[in-house]
Design a protein around this ligand. Structure first.
Ligand code: ATP
Ligand code: MG
Ligand code: FE
Length: 339
């Protein structure tokens, strides 16, 4: 089985060809950092236009890399949300057009399901159920992944996502955009104990995350310490919060076969190392995708498509793009926060 995956929900345009037995035959990606950098964040209208220009050549190139044509593909999987609606529509409409023209089934993939299942692409031994820490630019959640399409949300952020906190901290420190990798590089040169910073909700009886207070605390100390010490102390605070909340979730996620991390922040070495230690302490296997599979890419969308296709799940050509699309439809809204 060969799936063409298409991703365009934020500021990466990507196309990949993935097989049902976990081979990534090709993956192409074009980031838009340079286009958005002057604005210090992703500008939706610029992103949508850039996706229009980039997507078709990337698909053509990915097919050429894999020495395939559309006729060789079994199904087309495109991100249908959540994300910036203009970009999502570019990828989904392209997927629909190709599916219609080539007479292939369409699979509308939830971008978060792409992140959630990506560890099963890199690790063939990862079985359901597993406890997943999904940490990305727009989300920070703990999920019990019980199967394809079966996600139970145990915790979410009541304000900012972890990646958002990295991006805002980078902006406050003048480290540029995107912020996560820049903060990690600066942190490597600083003292994680130099700056006293809060650990919001650490030890709290509720299961959730919060990062807005940490960002505000960073804003108050800018100029009082070196950027490196602030970055290192900020990263240590984020890691403490992630570990505290994940430790709590481990108490209620009986039967989990592994502790798993996915999403852009999963590319952070301090985060990975701390979670590895936590898993070991609980006698659990730890699974983290390779770094390129953590941040947005189309291989994870192709793989989620492969998992859904194998389960008999395809979508009609009039399926809608969704700016918001929770993985767990039963999860309750938390304070005024996102899903
Ligand atoms: P979502 O998946 O929630 O819709 P997104 O697709 O924008 O959001 P991802 O591409 O999964 O998010 O992740 C991007 C985020 O990951 C950014 O906030 C970025 O700063 C962060 N990030 C990337 N690399 C690192 C790193 N090495 N350390 C910390 N954060 C990182
Ligand atoms: Mg991005
Ligand atoms: Fe993402």
């Amino acid at each position: 089985m060969i799936i063409l995956g298409i991703e365009s929900s934020c500021d990466e345009t990507a196309a990949a060809l993935v097989t049902g037995d976990r081979q990534v035959l090709a993956h192409r990606l074009l980031g838009q950092e340079a286009a958005h950098a002057p604005f210090g964040g992703v500008v939706p209208e610029i992103a949508a236009r850039a996706h229009v220009e980039a997507l078709e050549p990337l698909i053509v190139a990915a097919l050429a890399d894999a020495k395939l044509t559309l006729a060789d593909v079994d199904a087309i999987a495109a991100t249908a949300g959540p994300g910036l609606i203009g970009g999502v529509m570019v990828g989904l409409v392209t997927g629909k057009a190709l599916a219609h023209a080539a007479g292939k089934p369409l699979i509308a993939v939830n971008h978060l399901e792409g992140h959630a299942l990506s560890p099963r692409l890199s690790d063939p031994d990862l079985e359901f159920p597993y406890l997943l820490l999904l940490v990305s630019g727009g989300h920070c959640q703990l999920l019990l992944v019980e199967g394809v399409g079966a996600y139970r949300r145990l915790a979410t952020t009541i304000d900012d996502a972890a990646g958002e906190a990295f991006d805002k901290t980078a902006k406050l420190l003048g480290l540029g955009f995107p912020g996560g990798p820049a903060v990690e590089r600066a942190a490597a040169l600083g003292n994680p104990k130099a700056v006293p910073l809060p650990r919001p909700l650490k030890g709290s009886a509720e299961p959730h995350f919060s990062f807005a207070g940490l960002k505000s605390a960073v804003a108050r100390v800018v100029g009082q310490y070196s950027p490196e010490d602030i970055a290192a102390s900020f990263q240590a605070a984020v890691v403490d919060c992630l570990i505290d909340r994940t430790t709590k979730a481990l108490r209620t996620s009986h039967g989990a076969t592994a502790l798993v991390v996915a999403g852009g922040v999963a590319a952070n070495t301090a985060v990975r190392t701390a979670l590895q230690g936590l898993a070991t302490a609980h006698g659990l296997r730890f699974v983290a995708p390779p770094l390129w599979l953590c941040t947005d890419n189309a291989a994870m969308i192709g793989w989620a498509g492969a998992e859904r296709f194998a389960a008999g799940l395809t979508d009609p050509l009039d399926v809608a793009a969704r700016p918001r699309w929770p993985l767990d439809p039963n999860a309750e809204a938390v304070r005024g926060a996102g899903v």
